[in-house]
Write a protein that binds this ligand. Structure first.
Ligand code: FAD
Length: 288
């Protein structure tokens, strides 16, 4: 099923997982998936190692979700370091597995790279190619509520986002964003710019001080005063930080839902116990 079918009828609810590197990690993820299914997500997305690293495991995870038959799957995909031929064969493989949803991106350029060293320079070209050659895919694109870190200006970034829509992106998945007001302003700006497709909000739970600072800062996102205060108060105590961070994440989910979002996409970091605490606290309860 195409994810847009849900997005045009109601708010979607979904998870993101990443492909583990080892067989033991894969076993753990299979257990985690069983727990995630209990919350009846509309879909689960699986990240794609930059430049195709660990791409085999991405396929393994997508195939496992598909075969479990409990929810839809969306694969992430990037074009850096990827030729048209290789992209074509990877996409054909997804199609053969029955995967219908794809988040098509450029990928981060590794240090020292001038361009993508592949046949597509930006996501919009990849999206155009998928739309033309694989018209049955439901295509999503990445968006950045606080601007892509390397974009010269917000206006330029939004113009590039518009190009992704115009080339075939049917919905958008956002980078993590802790700032509700910034998110609302972003939605206003993109609607003004003629971007009409639904936007799924990405929520990164605050579970670990170093990880949340690294992920937030490296993506050029802001840390609101409330989160900064938690970092300051519990930064030296991982257990207490996690408790306060989970509480903060639950409140954030409420705030964003109150602000009005088209979809809620939780970055699970493959940690089902913490995800359960967050979802039960948010009232997004599983069927027992
Ligand atoms: P683009 O849309 O190509 O944009 C990249 C930069 O170039 C931006 O600054 C943009 O403003 C600019 N730009 C775009 N088009 C043009 C143009 N035509 N001319 C000039 N400038 C242009 N990475 C992974 O490796 N694997 C993943 O699984 C993954 N999942 C992600 C999931 C989400 C929800 C998000 C938000 C990001 C994810 N990323 C992932 C990271 C992503 O690959 C990086 O943010 C990457 O730097 C940009 O990808 P993009 O598709 O947005 O690029």
């Amino acid at each position: 099923m195409k994810i847009t079918e849900v997005l045009y009828s109601r708010m979607s609810f979904s998870f993101e997982v990443f492909p583990p590197k080892t067989d033991a990690g894969m076993e753990k993820l299979r257990t985690a998936l069983q727990h995630f299914y209990a919350y009846k997500p509309d879909f689960i997305s699986c990240t794609y190692g930059a430049g195709g690293s660990n791409a085999g495991r991405n396929v393994e995870v997508c195939q496992a979700i598909k075969e479990d038959g409990q929810t839809e799957v969306m694969t992430h995909f990037t074009c850096i370091g990827n030729t048209r031929e290789k992209i074509t064969s990877e996409l054909q493989h997804y199609v053969s597995l029955g995967i219908e949803n794809i988040l098509a991106m450029r990928g981060d350029l590794p240090a020292g790279w001038e361009g993508t060293r592949g046949d597509f320079s930006y996501a919009d070209g990849l999206i155009r190619y998928i739309e033309k050659e694989f018209p049955d895919f439901c295509i999503a694109a990445a968006c950045y509520p606080e601007k892509h870190i390397l974009a010269p200006s917000f206006a330029a970034d939004i113009a590039h986002l518009r190009s992704k829509q115009d080339n075939g992106a049917e919905f958008l998945c956002s980078q993590l964003c802790h700032d509700v007001e910034a998110y609302k302003a972003f939605i206003y700006r993109i609607r003004e710019a003629g971007i009409t497709v639904p936007v799924v909000l990405g929520v990164m739970p605050a579970l670990d001080k170093d990880a949340i600072i690294r992920m937030t800062v490296s993506n050029g996102c802001s840390i609101p005063a409330e989160l900064a205060a938690i970092i300051g108060k519990y930064g030296e105590d991982p257990e207490e930080f996690k408790k306060a961070g989970i509480e903060y994440t639950i409140e954030q989910i409420f705030r964003f839902m109150e602000a009005g979002i088209d979809g809620l996409h939780l970055y699970t970091l493959n940690k089902w116990e913490d995800v359960e605490t967050i979802l039960d606290g948010s009232g997004i309860r599983k069927d027992i």
